[in-house]
Design a protein around this ligand. Sequence first.
Ligand code: PHE
Length: 491
Amino acid sequence: MKAQRDRWTNRPAFVMAAIGSAVGLGNVWRFPFVTYQNGGGAFLIPYLVALITAGIPLMILEFGLGQMMQGAAPLSFSKIHKRWEWVGWWAMLVGFVITTYYTVVMAWCWNYLYYSLSLAWKSGAKDFFFNDFLGLTDGPAKLGGIRWPIVFGLFITWVSIVWIIHYGIKRVGRVVMVTVPLPVILLAILVFRGMTLPGAIEGIRFYLTPDFSRLLDPKAWLAAYSQIFFSLSLGFGILIAYASYLPEKSDINNNAFITSFANCGTSYFAGFAVFSVLGYLAQATGVSVKDVVAGGPGLAFITYPTAIGLLPFLPALFGVIFFIALLTLGIDSAFSIVEAVVAGLRDKWGMTQRKATIVFSSAAFIVGLFFTTGAGLYWLDIVDHFMNNFGLALVGLAECLIIGYGFGTERFRRYINSISEIKIGRWWDFLIKVVTPLILAVSTILVITEEIRRPYAGYPQWALILGGWVLAGLLILISRFVLMRVKGKEG
Ligand code: PHE
């Protein structure tokens, strides 16, 4: 006797929530930078190829699996065969680790929202970020103290997440009606502001001038695939969990297309907000655009704030708009992972939504404190690098193999076609069984060899082993040998 599974109020609620998970910080600070680095306008070719050969097929897979099995990742995989349950737990653990630091980045955003009011970074954004704000130590070995303002931001972030999801998926459906469109409107304001500044065109030229020779470099292709994965929130079990709240008759295929294109369109658009302002910054400071481009935290907390500080009027207002945009972009991605894990805990042990949310969130908050120390940025960078490079692609690979050979693509496709508006053909089987796993396997091997040849970003070897290899390996071992063996409520 099962309690009725919680349901989305309607189809737009589900689609918006999926888009909310996909559209996140990565669209603003990762996509434009990766594009610029890998051939500008020419990068759109590998990017679209990656979207079509891996992004959309896997999204269809995750949506279809969750809807069919009516469970989060562990339950869904164990319904295919008991021995695959651990793959779901593995996805959850990767999700757990990612939330612990993703929420810390959001904590920085809360602080910067406040600093925007007085443009507190004005005397030098770089120095302000590293020294005054993070209190960055000399290296990962020296933790330094906990930074209380960051802890405070982290606390607000977690309270918001708990408030949104502890009540169930219906509230999520309502919240995303604000947190998805709002940042897009704010981005539009920033694009308009950016494009009307002197130097903007120079910035856009940097972003989009195609360099087709870059397409011969396998790194550009690898970058396209990993960006697609990270950006569409694939490989965390998030979309499986979200789709498990879909009722019996629900479109799968069309929703996957809508979600994917909405996400990639937002990324492309965000590039204009970022690069127009970088063009302005370059002109205002008399350097070339090449010398101001940055990706990752550097863009959001150093370069963009610097440019905002130079705006001719109302700089504080644009600072506030930028950080609210980041917070609303990030929050629905953050709570989507939490929801995925909470759904997994609930499925397995029959915990209530409220209890599972509170237990999980408190644990993630406590672990996250580690990233609020003076060495937090180093560890965040290392853990992020490894989780994204190994966690996601490997889970994706496992998904393809389990559905492709364990369950059977033919059977899977027939089922989802029977409930979807758009029918997918045999091409999907071929992608899931051959193309996507091959690409994921090859890219993982390339990444691993590269990693061994050239240790990431010059961090000390022991830190990479601990925060990277050991952690990544541990997650696999825990899910395979511990979580899977623990008895669930079914006994
Ligand atoms: N899709 C998110 C982004 O682009 C990344 C993300 C994935 C964040 C999964 C949280 C969970 O920012």
